[in-house]
Design a protein around this ligand. Structure first.
Ligand code: EPZ
Length: 417
């Protein structure tokens, strides 16, 4: 297994380009199951999760080729409707095949994803919505079996905003008989991009990006040609990297409209953020002001940026209170940051971060995707050497992050463990 070794203390400077959005590319690739034919999706990031999607689409019978981030998916001959456990457990987003398979073939058999490091992450809201659309759902030895002659439009009210639930049901509803309304829908930019892509395929979706999405079902869809938008969480991670190292970095592809809550909080913490052609320039403050954050569904502060922001607050001048409202166990990075000298205490969903003068390089262990990013950011600012193991978590969501950080002046290497 590889590990990442960082010699901290370097100021980052220069320009870094953000890759395509992981959390957009995943549903977009699954959307190809909705329409037979040859789909072309560009700017797909080279990530472990994307490789898992490629495997899953192939297992289902699609022909997938990819070259430099350009995917060609021929979903004309879908033979299987089963997403097997060994793939779903490595990437829970595989449950996004449910809606497309059910809509196109009237049958889907998907392994229940099970929990993950950051929480139980059930899919009850996905299933409730599909049942409201007429699907017969049974649980069979760890698998969800869903059948429907033809899904019919329904009005669905989510108990809470769910990104995956909104995506699954938007895809299912696009081929249903009649109109579906998703109330209390998730508003993330990835939802907006998926709706745009589905509409390019002939779907009739309105309201994506608001909490009420209306989908008028059509009889068939046509293949997709699309380029994935930049990854706002990767962009946010590089913005924090500039802030934590008193750097000056142009993050190309960062879109302020996708990151308003983060930009607001980084400015409160003392960073200078300005729009430039094609991206955002971030200048890190000499002194980091401690600020409080509460994670919320979009447009609130993104839960996927909480761990990264906590690394920044570990060096704040005061005390920062960080509340994680989306997932029940997303503080796995705390004990690793404490090993680097951070002064953090946890009470339920709230972490109190008392800023320290400096972090100390140490051997630490990644536990989940964004916790890995948090440890890298802490390592960039810490003294001496930080070694991060189990970075397979990192490779799920960041494309060649050590090369990108090295190009900004970081002293960082990926070494074989
Ligand atoms: C998506 O996960 C993202 N993943 C996550 O990013 C992100 O953290 C999350 O949305 C929230 O923004 C992808 O897009 C592939 P949810 P998802 O359904 O869809 C509960 C990363 O780091 N819930 O919006 O699984 C759930 O337990 C990853 O890139 C139910 O209770 O998230 C959670 O507490 C991590 N029942 C909350 O809702 C359901 O049926 C939000 O989950 C569905 C969700």
């Amino acid at each position: 297994m590889d590990k990442i070794v960082i010699h901290g203390g370097r100021r980052l400077s220069g320009e870094v380009k953000v890759s395509g959005a992981k959390n957009s590319a995943l549903p977009l690739l699954f959307a190809t199951l909705l329409a037979p034919g040859v789909h072309r999706i560009a700017n797909v990031p080279d990530l472990r999760d994307i490789a898992t999607v490629e495997k899953l689409l192939t297992v289902l019978g699609a022909q997938v080729t990819r070259k430099n981030g350009n995917f060609v998916v021929d979903s004309g001959a879908i033979e299987s409707v089963e997403a097997p456990y060994d793939l779903v457990r490595t990437m829970r987003a595989s449950v996004l095949v449910l809606g497309p398979l059910l809509a196109r073939l009237g049958h889907a058999r998907v392994s229940l994803p099970g929990g993950c490091a950051i929480g139980a992450r059930p899919i009850n809201l996905h299933l409730k919505g599909l049942e409201a659309m007429g699907a017969k759902i049974t649980l069979d030895h760890g698998y969800v079996e869903a059948r429907a002659k033809r899904l019919r439009g329904a009005r669905i009210l989510f108990d809470m905003p769910t990104v995956g639930g909104t995506e699954n049901l938007m895809m299912a509803a696009s081929l249903a008989q009649g109109t579906t309304v998703l109330e209390n829908a998730a508003c993330e930019p990835e939802i907006v991009e998926l709706a745009e892509a589905l509409n390019k395929m002939g779907a009739r979706i309105e309201g994506a990006g608001t909490d009420s999405v209306t989908i008028e079902g059509v009889d068939e869809l046509t293949p997709l040609v699309h380029a994935v938008m930049p990854d706002r969480i990767e962009a946010g991670t590089f913005m924090v990297a500039a802030a934590i190292t008193q750097g000056d970095v142009l993050v190309t592809g960062a879109m302020s409209s996708h990151l308003e809550a983060l930009i607001f909080k980084l400015r409160e913490a003392g960073a200078e953020i300005s729009e430039e052609t094609g991206g955002l320039r971030v200048k890190g403050p000499r002194k980091i002001t401690s600020v409080d954050i509460k994670t919320r569904p979009h447009p609130g502060f993104p839960t996927d940026m909480q761990a990264q922001f906590m690394a920044l607050m570990a060096l704040g001048t005061g005390t920062s209170v960080i509340t994680e409202n989306v997932f029940e166990n997303r503080f796995m990075h705390v004990c690793e940051l404490q090993r680097m000298g951070a002064n953090i205490s946890i009470e339920g969903h709230t972490a109190t971060v008392k800023g320290v003068k400096g972090l100390l390089g140490a051997p630490v262990m990644a536990t989940d995707l964004r916790a890995s990013a948090s440890l890298i950011l802490a390592g960039l600012a810490a003294d001496n050497t930080t070694e991060i193991s189990r970075i397979y978590h990192l490779d799920r969501g960041y494309e060649r992050i050590e090369e990108k950080l090295k190009s900004l002046g970081a002293d960082i290497e990926r070494v074989k463990e």
